[in-house]
Design a binder for this molecule. Structure first.
Ligand code: KIV
Length: 263
């Protein structure tokens, strides 16, 4: 596979070709994920839960993210590596620039930040200085205490309108990709069709341009099993086969099915 860039992903969206993202936290799995053909891998701050045993992403530090990004980047071959900016690492454009620099120098090729309109200045500042940005809307886990739990977002007409407005604004600010987490499938489909940038869904139904799952979840290792998770290890002989089964299912449209989404 040729090296994946933001242009590859945009071209795939334009051609109606689905692409894949899997979370990666270490060198071994980064190698397997790249070999499975996933176009992107996300060094997610979900590592706070699946690696560190916390009950949220809030305790994860920039040092943690830089360490795991470096581990992943060393073993990656062709996929685009996206690294999460941790909780409160991008409260101002200045902080975002300083902290995104660390993740890029650790090996990330793009950084992800949770939030909408309020992030516009930071997105603009990063992109102008050479750091591509993936935005994250809907159920943004770093705001779990504001939401009062891990709840589906955008279910009311007002909530849906606000997520759509945020999505347009972050695209205008220069974001290259949007992750939409746990929003009604109809809203995710509408946003994906209105945006020019690729939209990666998780718990957002089949209408987005790409899908992401936390690796531990798709391997059936998750402690909780949200509705949108499928165990791709079932019936497979190896982890490598399970990762490939996920990639193939996303590309063929076999995953996610309507029952994986929310109304
Ligand atoms: O941290 C993470 O793994 C994420 C994905 C669930 C999108 O943000």
């Amino acid at each position: 596979m040729a090296k994946i860039t933001v242009n590859t992903l945009k071209a795939m969206k334009e051609a109606g070709e689905k692409f894949c993202c899997i979370t990666a936290y270490d060198a071994t799995f980064a190698r397997l994920i790249a070999a499975a053909g996933a176009e992107t891998m996300l060094v997610g701050d979900s590592l706070g839960m699946v690696l560190q045993g916390h009950d949220s992403t809030i305790p994860v530090t920039l040092e943690d993210m830089a360490y795991h990004t470096a581990c992943v980047a060393r073993a990656n071959t062709d996929a685009l590596v996206i690294a999460d900016m941790p909780f409160m690492a991008y409260a101002s454009p200045e902080q975002a620039m300083a902290n995104a620099t660390e993740l890029m120098q650790a090996g990330a090729q793009m950084v992800k930040m949770e939030g909408g309109t309020w992030l516009s200045d930071s997105i603009h500042a990063l992109v102008e200085r050479g750091i591509p940005v993936c935005a994250h809307l809907g159920l943004t886990p770093q705001s779990v205490n504001v939401f009062g739990g891990y709840r589906v977002q955008g279910r009311t007409p007002k909530g849906a309108k606000s997520i759509l407005a945020d999505a347009v604004e972050i695209q205008d600010a220069g974001a290259s990709i949007l992750v939409l987490e746990c929003v009604p499938a109809e809203l995710a489909t509408d946003i994906s069709s209105k945006l020019e940038i690729p939209v990666i869904g998780i718990g957002a139904g089949p209408g987005t341009d790409a899908q992401v799952l936390v690796m531990h979840d798709l391997l059936g290792l998750g402690e909780h099993k949200p509705r949108f998770v499928e165990n791709f290890m079932a019936g497979q002989a190896s982890v490598q086969d399970a990762l490939k089964a996920f990639v193939d299912a996303v590309k063929s449209g076999a995953y996610p099915r309507p029952e994986h989404g929310y109304e």
